[in-house]
Design a protein around this ligand. Structure first.
Ligand code: NDP
Length: 328
């Protein structure tokens, strides 16, 4: 058996954390042969609940779970971490201005970035789930100058999976027949799910749909507003599907994308597709040898261009706001 992989989960006592930890411990994050040690990071008032979750994890007797430790100090929480799942964040509350939201999250993701920089293992890979995820990831990344920038990513895989599900319903095909779908931009209401390069059983998905009104009036808003629809129906935000997407993101990152397919992830832009270098934006990405690469050379039509630009403009505003607050 191999050495356990250290997985740090922040916000471990929250809803997503509760859905996530059991799947990590049962081998879905890294694979069925990889033992894991969980490092749960919480704020002091979350520690007791995290202890309760740890008791339940013990009670599952997961063969791959090599240990659980709980911390409220980020420096200790990220010690030796190989994977960091940054789930805990400060949510927007009624009447909160964007500047307040960004500075509250800067107070979380700045110190966590620094703690990662100073304490994590050399191969650390970070996924930020907590919102505003792209900009929180940017704050963490910029506070970790010694870690290669491409180790910091933001989650748009849930948006991606939601888009695949909607498309499969529309076309009456199974989800596994849909390839090369893309989420562009910010994980927010401005995100753009793009079907123009997607394939359904090898055929172009936009052609198979051939219904522009469905795309602009149903598909795009349904994917972008799915979170709100779930809150409406369940009376609580999506947690199991968000946890599932985090599992998918890291599994794909470490195990690779299939030949002839790609996925979506928020990664540091290299300037591709006119997205300013350095911001963390969602792109079509392949994964190989533990690295995401932005898919190159796609033709972007006018319909897509306008929507990508609008979402990227929002990311630029968020970056400028956190720069103005001295958070990056
Ligand atoms: P959740 O576990 O439901 O959500 C956590 C984060 O994930 C939020 O930022 C939330 O954003 C985001 N999120 C929720 N749904 C989705 C989705 N569908 N797709 C993408 N992102 C999503 O929140 P809880 O309040 O249950 O738990 C948060 C925990 O984090 C608490 O236990 C708290 O103590 C802890 N925490 C820990 C910190 C730390 O370790 N330093 C710092 C801050 C909090 P949104 O708000 O937009 O729903």
């Amino acid at each position: 058996t191999s050495t356990p992989v250290n997985v740090t989960v922040t916000g471990a006592a929250g809803q997503i954390g509760y859905a996530l930890l059991f799947r990590i411990a049962s081998g879905h994050l890294l694979g069925p042969d990889v033992p894991v040690k969980l490092r749960l990071l919480e704020i002091p008032q979350g520690v007791k609940a995290a202890e309760g979750t740890a008791m339940e994890l013990d009670d599952c007797a997961f063969p791959l779970l090599a240990g659980i430790d709980i911390f409220d100090d980020p420096n200790k929480g990220f010690e030796g971490a190989n994977v960091g799942l940054l789930v805990g964040a400060r949510p927007r509350t009624a009447g909160m201005e964007r500047g307040d939201l960004l500075s509250a999250n800067g107070g979380i993701f700045g110190p966590q970035g620094k703690a990662i920089n100073d304490n994590a293992a050399d191969d650390i890979r970070v996924l930020v789930v907590g919102n505003p995820a792209n900009t929180n990831a940017l704050i963490a990344q910029r506070n970790a100058p010694d870690v290669p920038a491409d180790r910091f990513t933001a989650m748009t895989r849930l948006d991606h999976n939601r888009a695949v599900a909607q498309l499969s319903k529309k076309l009456g095909v199974s989800v596994s027949e849909i390839k090369k779908l893309t989420i562009w931009g910010n994980h927010s209401a401005t995100q753009y799910p793009d079907v123009f390069h997607a394939e359904v059983n090898g055929e172009n998905a936009a052609k198979a749909i051939s219904d522009d009104a469905w795309l602009s009036d149903f598909f795009i808003p349904t994917v972008a507003k799915r979170g709100a629809a779930i809150i409406d129906a369940r009376g609580a935000s999506s947690a199991a599907s968000a946890a599932n997407a985090a599992i998918d993101h890291v599994f794909t990152w470490t195990n690779g994308t299939a030949e002839g397919d790609w996925t979506s992830a928020g990664v540091v832009s290299d300037g591709s597709y006119g997205v300013p270098e350095g911001i963390i934006s969602s792109f079509p990405v392949t994964a190989k040898d533990g690295r995401f690469e932005i898919v190159q050379g796609l033709d972007i039509n006018d319909f897509s261009r306008a929507r990508i630009d609008a979402s990227v403009a929002e990311l630029i505003e968020e970056r400028d706001a956190v720069a103005g607050l001295g958070l990056i």
